[in-house]
Design a protein around this ligand. Structure first.
Ligand SMILES: CC(C)(COP(=O)(O)OP(=O)(O)OC[C@H]1O[C@@H](n2cnc3c(N)ncnc32)[C@H](O)[C@@H]1OP(=O)(O)O)[C@@H](O)C(=O)NCCC(=O)NCCS
Length: 169
């Protein structure tokens, strides 16, 4: 058995019993993810313990636009003077409850950061953005250096430069 992160294959990956404890995230992987994938609204990556096909965790990535005035001043000052700039959205990240606390959330987050960084070499993106589902999730992201948007306490960002440092450290 080996942990593998794979693009969601709706015919092969078994996600019927996935449960992270947050209804919206569970319903998404049960019912919506394959539609988003088909329509290219998001890419969806799942963690399996191969050759088993049961989904243990998942995340989604999409393109995004950031309002630069909502970023902190120090970061905003380092950016081109456009009101809106390109970014990458980590739309969802969830680990099945029976596998929490085994650093699978971290494994998935680092994998998403690596993909976002590689993609930014081809399509401009200044940061990875995420919307935490609650304040607990905010603390999780802050552990990895994510900053909170001005006046949006559940929305966070990590600049691509910080991602590059985090991945090579
Ligand atoms: C948040 C979530 C993804 C974390 O996944 P996990 O596999 O349980 O967490 P990990 O084992 O990878 O934890 C990595 C580190 O973050 C810490 N951590 C985990 N959850 C945390 C939280 N809610 N707040 C603060 N720190 C947290 C762990 O203690 C660990 O720290 P350590 O390296 O010092 O030991 C998972 O609990 C989950 O799916 N929650 C429900 C959905 C959710 O909140 N998704 C994220 C936002 S949309």
């Amino acid at each position: 058995m080996v942990l593998q992160i794979e693009p969601l294959d709706s015919k092969r990956h078994d996600r019927a019993n996935f449960s992270c404890g947050k209804d919206s995230l569970d319903t998404y992987i049960h019912k919506q993810a394959s539609q988003d994938l088909k329509k290219k609204a998001a890419t969806v990556f799942v963690l399996v313990d191969a050759p088993a096909t049961e989904v243990l965790a998942y995340y989604t990535l999409s393109s995004y636009v950031v309002d630069t005035e909502r970023l902190d001043d120090a970061f905003a000052k380092s950016l081109p003077r456009y009101p809106r700039l390109p970014a990458t959205l980590l739309g969802r990240l969830a680990v099945d409850q029976s596998h929490k606390g085994k650093h699978l959330g971290e494994l998935m987050l680092i994998n998403a950061l690596k993909k976002a960084l590689i993609a930014s070499e081809y399509i401009g993106s200044l940061a990875l953005i995420t919307e935490a589902i609650d304040v607990e999730a905010v603390s999780f992201y802050q552990k990895y250096g994510f900053q909170i948007f001005k006046n949006q306490p559940l929305k966070l960002y990590l600049p691509m430069k910080s991602i590059a440092q985090l991945i090579t450290s």
